[in-house]
Design a protein around this ligand. Structure first.
Ligand SMILES: Cc1cc2nc3c(=O)[nH]c(=O)nc-3n(C[C@H](O)[C@H](O)[C@H](O)COP(=O)(O)O)c2cc1C
Length: 386
């Protein structure tokens, strides 16, 4: 018989486990039981979720993850509604497994600063990537239309990052039988997400590749909490399953995250060198050589803080005299020419080379094999189910 879920530490209640120790109560159910419950709830064979990665989540990668018993993902940030629909159809042509759709919650409109933006333009022209006239004003897809398209695509899960969905959308999502996984980078954000109706918390540690999910853009540098502290703190603070994200790239890290209180893990960078991810060869190659300290958190690419490889471009923004990056999405729009050129020329110093701190452990193998191996290795390390 599986032990019962313990009540939240936040409520102040303490329930003794069968063994009679409150410490043991905090540790039940066992990591493997917790993972099994999560898998049962979402129809998975393995508690491994692909991270939604806008710009790096082809349907083939998501389908390979789902066909290996994990959950696929679509980072739909840059997609128009038709592209969301097409992505879901393309996924379903390859897999009948589970997938999540993901959006960033829009920040308030950025404060404009003509002099600051001009300084960014001048800096970028030094990188032979002068933005086109008016580039900074490029519109993003309409958020509400994206939300409607996500629901119409009938994923098992919709996830959020950078904030919380509006209450009306949460109601609509639940009415459609779709679960909501909310990314949190702090305990406070996790508690807010639980109160807003989230079904699970994605605890994004500072090791994570790509953008930080801080609800308030300005808090991102201050709230760089590592997974070792974040996972157990969130698990104790909310009565929801916790999905650990950030720096997880081998079975040891999967096992550790579950022991710390997670029910499942989310993998981003570790899937990027798989053939299905189809990232630029220079990026894939640089990932394989990156020690943890060869990544950094920077606003250089988009104006929102994100972890990338320590490329010459990312480093250049730390030089004395470098301008302050413009807020998101102005900076993102201004660096568009540079990023496109980087991909065209396979030039690591111009590519937006997101990378988590465990980048060098990303295997150059089919995604399905990576998912299976991660869980096999973790199971060997985890205590047997209770
Ligand atoms: C290339 C890339 C793109 C990402 N895009 C998104 C995104 O669109 N939405 C999101 O919620 N998270 C995004 N993330 C963050 C991931 O969801 C996740 O937190 C992170 O990949 C976990 O850390 P890891 O890369 O060390 O596995 C992205 C990460 C990467 C590497």
């Amino acid at each position: 018989m599986r032990p019962k879920l313990v009540p939240s530490a936040r409520t102040g209640e303490t329930v003794l486990s069968q063994e009679g120790s409150s410490r043991e109560a905090q540790l039940t159910p066992s990591p493997t039981d917790r993972a099994a419950d999560f898998c049962d709830r979402y129809g998975l064979q393995r508690p491994i979720l692909m991270a939604p990665m806008a710009g790096a989540c082809p349907p083939a990668l998501a389908a390979a993850t789902a066909n290996a018993g994990g959950m696929g993902a679509c980072g739909a940030l840059l997609f128009e509604p038709d592209q969301i629909k097409d992505w879901a159809e393309s996924f379903r042509a390859r897999s009948n497994g589970a997938f999540q759709m993901n959006l960033w919650i829009p920040d308030p409109p950025p404060l404009r600063d003509a002099a600051g933006e001009a300084a960014v333009r001048r800096f970028l022209s030094g990188w032979e990537a002068e933005p086109a006239p008016g580039a900074e004003d490029q519109p993003m897809p309409d958020f509400e239309a994206q939300c409607r398209a996500m629901i119409a695509s009938r994923p098992q899960v919709v996830s959020s990052i950078m904030g919380l969905y509006p209450p009306a959308f949460v109601v609509e999502m639940k009415r459609a039988g779709i679960a909501w996984f909310a990314t949190a980078t702090t305990v406070g954000e996790a508690i807010e997400a639980e109160a807003a109706g989230a079904d699970a918390i994605i605890a994004q540690g500072m090791e994570a590749g790509g953008h930080r999910g801080a609800f308030a853009a300005g808090d991102a540098e201050t709230n760089l909490v590592g997974s070792m502290a974040l996972i157990p703190a969130v698990a104790d603070a909310v009565d929801l399953p916790v999905i650990a994200a950030g720096g997880i790239a081998d079975g040891r890290a999967v096992a550790a995250a579950l022991i710390l209180g997670a029910s499942a893990v989310m993998i981003g960078t570790a899937l990027l060198r798989s053939p299905e991810a189809e990232i630029a060869p220079a990026w894939a190659d640089a990932l394989s050589k990156a020690r943890p300290e060869h990544t950094l958190a920077t606003r250089a690419f988009s104006g929102r803080l994100g972890r990338s490889l320590r490329t010459a471009f990312a480093e250049a923004w730390r030089d004395e005299g470098a301008p302050t990056p413009a807020p998101y999405p102005i900076q993102r729009n201004l660096t568009g020419a540079l990023r496109s050129r980087g991909l065209r020329e396979n030039d690591i110093d111009r590519i937006q080379a997101w990378a988590g701190q465990a980048a060098s452990r990303a295997p150059c193998r089919p995604a399905g094999e990576i998912v299976i191996e991660l869980w096999d290795e973790a199971k060997r390390l985890l205590p047997a189910a209770g």
